[in-house]
Design a protein around this ligand. Structure first.
Ligand SMILES: C[S@@+](CC[C@H](N)C(=O)[O-])C[C@H]1O[C@@H](n2cnc3c(N)ncnc32)[C@H](O)[C@@H]1O
Length: 329
């Protein structure tokens, strides 16, 4: 804007000067005066323009300063965002790693549970198969007592039933009464055998007798009270059924060794073979239930050493089953 004013002023002076020379009747001092005025005006305008430029420069510098400050602030903000982003990134990675570990542990656990569920389904199916076989052989006269758990499992009962049907023993002895007394009773009824169940607990002896009665098997199954008494062999002492409870038992063709319970003492079932074998027929089988348990494994091994003419076979029954046969078929 000042330069345009200067140009206009200079144009006016030049035009007036030129006019004065061409007309020739103007005061000859006029161009000089006009030039001096023009110079003074130009100086004033130049000064004003310089001041205005200076102010504009200062404003520009101030604006630049503010912009620099703003840029620095933004830089710091971006830096802090970057570092806080890095922190959060590290946190995310840590929690992702932890989550992955937890998921892996959970998957392992679920995998283990699936495998044990599969095993249980397999076990249950095997028991159901054996149960179906057994049920096909008997026609119960009352609701049948439960199997498995504290009672014998169907797989063991099925094996014993097979032995009974094949060898037709006269006498069956059961160490430990309960559900099996009824199931074996039905099979014995078919073959004309008798069952003697030894029971050390009076209340369970009574309960078993009630069951036997309810099934109309009292003529086939006798539940005998047989408290546990000490019995010694060599240096070893055991608690086993009262020997008086064995009175009159002969020609045993099958012994189901399912008692006394392990809690009554170590090697609780060991006396069964040495004490009952003399009362057995030439052909006999001892079915040792729970043979998967350490204590009963030890009993089984001692029988093998002590009775070389009795042959052991091991079976993968639910609770483990070792069968000792003399005079095998
Ligand atoms: C391993 S259990 C098996 C009894 C039987 N051989 C059977 O399979 O049902 C051994 C002991 O369980 C006890 N028992 C008998 N009836 C029972 C019942 N209803 N509930 C819990 N225990 C019982 C008796 O003392 C028995 O000698």
């Amino acid at each position: 804007m000042p330069s345009r004013t200067i140009r206009v002023a200079a144009g006016v002076v030049i035009a007036v000067t030129a006019l004065s020379y061409s007309v020739g009747d103007l005061d000859p001092r006029l161009p000089t005066a006009l030039s001096a005025g023009f110079a003074a005006g130009t100086g004033c305008l130049t000064f004003a323009a310089a001041r205005s430029l200076t102010r504009a420069l200062r404003r520009g510098e101030a604006r630049n300063g503010r912009m620099c400050g703003e840029l620095n602030r933004l830089g710091r903000r971006v830096g802090s965002l970057e570092s806080s982003g890095e922190v959060r990134h590290a946190e995310c990675l840590r929690s992702l790693t932890r989550t992955t570990q937890l998921v892996e542990v959970g998957l392992d656990r679920v995998g283990g549970q699936c495998r044990s569920l599969e095993r249980e389904i397999g076990r249950s199916y095997a028991q159901l198969e054996a149960f179906t076989d057994l049920r096909a052989l008997i026609t119960p006269r009352a609701p049948l007592p439960a199997l498995r758990g504290w009672a014998a499992s169907p797989d063991v009962l099925r094996m014993m039933t097979g032995w009974i049907l094949r060898t037709r023993p006269k006498t069956i002895v059961e160490c430990g009464s309960g559900s099996s007394s009824v199931w074996l009773g039905y099979v014995a009824e078919r073959t004309g055998a008798t069952v003697v169940a030894l029971e050390h607990e009076p209340r369970y002896a009574e309960a078993s007798r009630d069951l036997v009665r309810a099934h109309g098997l009292s003529d086939v199954v006798e539940v005998r009270d047989a408290p546990l008494l000490p019995w010694e062999e060599g240096q070893e002492s055991y608690l086993w059924y009262d020997r008086e409870a064995l009175d009159g038992i002969e020609d045993i063709g099958l012994v189901f060794v399912d008692g006394p319970p392990g809690a009554t003492g170590p090697a609780a079932r060991y006396p069964a073979l040495p004490l009952l074998l003399p009362r057995c027929s030439e052909q006999v089988a001892f079915f040792l239930d729970d043979a998967a348990r350490e204590d009963d494994k030890a009993v089984s091994d001692r029988w093998v050493l002590r009775f070389p003419d009795v042959v052991r076979t091991e079976h993968p029954a639910e609770k483990g089953l070792d069968v000792f046969v003399r005079g095998g078929v």
